[in-house]
Design a protein around this ligand. Sequence first.
Ligand SMILES: [Zn+2]
Ligand SMILES: [Zn+2]
Length: 135
Amino acid sequence: MTQTIRHARCACGAVQVQTRGEPKRSMLCSCADCRRKTGSPFNWTLYWPEADVMVTGATKTFRRAGQDGRGVDCNLCATCGGTVWWRLDALPREIAVGGGFFDATDLPPPTIAYWTESRPAWTLDLAAIPAEARQ
Ligand SMILES: [Zn+2]
Ligand SMILES: [Zn+2]
């Protein structure tokens, strides 16, 4: 069976991530730390076993405590600052990759959304916002 290969990269392209196969999890988080990391009400995160992820490019690690008391190592591109991938203390054998860094649009949708109480009310009904395929 052929496994799907997908590529993610930061804005400048210095940090590249290749994933093999389907992620183990796909989720949204809107906790304060995730909102500050992304500048967005959502942090869409997908997790692969570390054996299925290949990372290239220099990063600077920013360690944050995490709201549940468990740490996260966020790996920022040394040039553009994009945090393409990170690792949770709670999931030490998995690599987390931000969904927005992929060009692929066939990633599995989130199966759970955490910290919805931290989201602006309008985000609960995105379908109500007039949408254009491109700007
Ligand atoms: Zn970069
Ligand atoms: Zn979060």
